[in-house]
Write a protein that binds this ligand. Structure first.
Ligand SMILES: Nc1ncnc2c1ncn2[C@@H]1O[C@H](COP(=O)(O)OP(=O)(O)OP(=O)(O)O)[C@@H](O)[C@H]1O
Ligand SMILES: [Mg+2]
Length: 334
């Protein structure tokens, strides 16, 4: 079991309120991602759940039981950090077994759990090595192994992949998703990378200045962002946000259209513009087009390669059914 409920939880450091009163329910078995810009309070919120910080108010319940004042070690939660915090002088086996040794489990049970975790994480061949003899990805797996053996009610991850290079991050992202499918244990995962959030989460919690901007599945957030902040944060490349007369034609203060929902033509269309910088990814091309009557360049995403060059004259046509409308407060207009 691993249902976590935050009830009006708040946190201040001295006079500075970092988390205003916040309500959130994380269901048993869910993969929940906290995402938001640097300093928005993601780590603080995770540390409050873990018990590594005391709340300034409100209640935290784990499986219905009040855990607000329960010490971290008794919350049955396992935390995995960006810095792996492995013991350099101990073998992988001893590192993974460490929390079990501390808890005084007998040797046979320790071995059983370490071997099972090593099997799940493909670390069986590395159990006798020291952390210094492993790659970054392998070290992160050891840190995850140390969390798995505790058989926690939930895993708490704080940017566990930030130290890894881009290719390894993608690989580890898949491994953690796979692990969640197999273990079916609640996972709460902090990242500032919206691609990680979109690809891993059952439920995304978008935070800004300690405040929840929106909670929903990745596709809910993609399809119906509640406000301009979420609209700009979820999706890569970013949604185009356009104000002025064009938005007024749609009865809005700002309209949003994603790069993948705009068609390009050299003959005809709704908006006339000039091609600026292009980004060629092979699978896709992103064009940045300066359009007449639109302040910011419009980003357009086209599948594959398209023969358009810097300075070419083009027409853009947004898919009308994919236009998002926002009011003066930046809130979505239904
Ligand atoms: N111990 C502390 N004392 C005072 N202020 C703190 C403390 N810990 C965090 N803060 C402040 O609380 C805010 C939230 O910090 P937090 O570490 O939760 O952000 P974050 O979203 O995890 O950011 P990042 O993406 O950079 O890791 C920041 O403004 C930070 O300066
Ligand atoms: Mg952080």
């Amino acid at each position: 079991m691993g249902r976590i409920t935050l009830d009006k939880v708040r946190k201040a450091f001295g006079d500075v309120q970092v988390i205003p009163p916040l309500d959130l329910t994380i269901e048993d078995g869910e993969f929940v991602v906290f995402v938001g810009p640097s300093g928005c309070g993601k780590s603080t919120l995770l540390r409050l759940i873990a018990g590594l910080e005391d709340v300034s108010g409100g209640q935290i319940r784990i499986d219905g039981q009040d855990a607000t004042r329960v010490p971290p070690a008794k919350r049955r939660l396992a935390m995995v950090f960006q810095s792996y915090a492995l013991y350099p002088h101990m073998s992988v086996r001893k590192n993974i077994a460490f929390p079990l040794r501390m808890a005084g489990l007998d040797k046979a049970e320790q071995d059983k759990r370490v071997n099972a975790a090593a099997d799940v994480l493909n670390l069986t061949d590395y159990l006798d090595r020291r952390p210094g003899q492993l790659s970054g990805g392998q070290r992160q797996r050891v840190a995850i192994g140390r969390a798995i053996v505790r058989e926690p009610a939930a895993f708490l991850f704080d940017e566990p992949l930030s130290n890894l290079d881009a290719a390894l991050r993608v690989g580890m992202r898949l491994e953690i998703s796979e692990l969640h499918k197999r273990l079916k244990t609640t996972m709460v995962y902090v990242t500032h990378d919206q691609v990680e959030a979109m690809t891993m989460a059952d439920k995304i919690v978008v935070l800004r200045a300690g405040h929840i901007e929106q909670v929903g599945s990745p596709l809910e957030l993609y399809r119906a962002p509640r406000n301009l902040f979420v609209a700009g944060f979820i999706g890569s490349p970013k949604m185009n946000l356009i104000g002025g007369a064009l938005a007024a034609q749609h009865d809005a203060t700002t309209i949003g259209i994603r790069p993948e929902h705009i068609a390009v033509s050299t003959d005809a269309g709704d908006w006339h513009g000039t091609v600026g910088v292009s980004e060629h990814l092979g699978s896709d091309t992103f064009f940045h087009v300066t359009c007449e009557g639109i302040a910011e360049p419009v980003t357009v995403r086209v599948g594959g390669e398209v023969a358009l060059h810097y300075g070419d004259s083009v027409w853009l046509t947004p898919d009308k059914s994919q236009i998002h409308r926002f009011d003066t407060e930046g809130l979505r207009i239904a």
